[in-house]
Design a protein around this ligand. Structure first.
Ligand code: DQA
Length: 144
């Protein structure tokens, strides 16, 4: 079961950027832990700082993968093209955020993508991604 973790702008700087908000671990390091924790899922990871590249990736995997876990970063609050892309594809998308955006500035309280996602997981640090994977893992057909 193929699952893509897709990270948007500035998330390449996890572990370096605003550590009090986003922690001191790189996503690449955490991704190794996730791969070990979910051996039955075929996990891949992609990050871009560019809106169009994120949209191209949604189109590329969005008709064949079983799930997409998407942290769109600041594009969450501003983009029209990304929610259009999520609407255009078949694969369900789970929105994740590391920080609790509802405890932060008012402009972060609005998600343009949430209405088009299967659900949203917000504010559990990097563990937000693990919780989203648990959701997809439970969708697996039960093994006999
Ligand atoms: C974020 C929250 C966004 O508001 C912010 O622009 C980010 C990261 C999060 O994971 O908490 O870049 O998506």
């Amino acid at each position: 079961m193929k699952i893509l973790i897709l990270n948007g702008p500035n998330l390449n700087l996890l572990g370096v950027r605003e550590k009090a908000v986003y922690g001191n671990r790189s996503f690449e390091d955490y991704f190794e832990e996730l791969k070990e924790a979910f051996p039955a899922l075929e996990l891949s990871y992609f990050q871009s700082n560019t809106e169009g590249v994120l949209i191209d990736k949604l189109h590329e995997v969005g008709f064949s993968y079983k799930g997409i876990i998407f942290n769109a970063g600041a594009y969450t609050h501003t983009s029209v093209a990304i929610p259009d892309a999520i609407k255009a594809i078949d694969t369900p998308v789970v929105e994740v955020h590391i920080s609790n955006v509802y405890k932060r500035e008012a402009f972060r309280h609005k998600s343009m993508i949430a209405p088009h996602c299967a659900g949203s997981i917000v504010g559990f640090g990097l563990e937000s991604y693990r919780l989203a994977l648990q959701y997809f893992e439970r969708l697996k057909p039960k093994q006999i």
